[in-house]
Design a protein. Sequence first.
Length: 270
Amino acid sequence: MTVTAEGVTNVEATKSGALEARAVSAWFGNHKVLENVNLFMPPQSVTALIGPSGCGKSTFLRILNRMHELVPIAQLSGEVLLDNEDIYAANVRATHTRARIGMVFQKPNPFPAMTIYENVLSGLKLTGTTVPNPDEVVETSLRQASLWNEVKDRLDSPGGALSGGQQQRLCIARSLAVQPDVLLMDEPCSALDPTSTRRVEETIHDIKQRVTVVIVTHNMQQAQRVSQQCAFFLAEENQPGYIVEAGLTTDIFGNPKDDRTNDYVNGRFG
Ligand SMILES: Nc1ncnc2c1ncn2[C@@H]1O[C@H](COP(=O)(O)OP(=O)(O)O)[C@@H](O)[C@H]1O
Ligand SMILES: [Mg+2]
């Protein structure tokens, strides 16, 4: 395994689900919010994005699955490669990319009136995918999201009837049901109780063998618990965000190269 300023390049790069950002810059109108971000996010592994609010972590995550372009004034430059193929190539449909690269948001967003069962299958429905064994997909996905035992006797209840932590796990189950290559998670636990947080972390641990995970978190303990790589983002006042340092999580926390990384991971700012 080699660690460069851009992150971790890895002998496992041939396995599917390798995501790579090359020279990504981003704007909202004429406000530049990201500057030349390079990051390799290896398969079978969890990459944590850390850094203070406003430094572009969510924007970067949305660029990784083509949600950034949904904002009318949003622009970007650079490349994003999934298994060495540019997700922004002219012949690639955004809906295809978003099916392969799922996203879980800070605020759980299940369809509140839909049943738990239907919520899990809703992503498949959106992509027009029919499965021969929907019951099995629902159970497997809910088990992977550590929610099955809590809801198996009430799959016909509305998604909106669940607690916040359960709703978030339902959203994770919905994302996993389409069997994505990558799962992007934007502060998925910041509104959750400790039990749900632990369950989500267990899920991340379990799925990383099959799904490349990229997670934004402000919780430094969580970053250390769940991730193998970290990228530290920073933005000086009114300047675009950039990566100060990326590398193995053990190095970012135990032996950072940059003093600002050291200060941030030790809670001295942000
Ligand atoms: N939809 C938007 N329109 C205009 N500016 C935005 C939008 N979303 C984010 N920004 C700006 O982009 C910068 C980065 O924001 P964001 O990616 O949300 O940072 P973080 O997730 O690190 O807190 C901020 O200055 C924010 O105000
Ligand atoms: Mg954010």
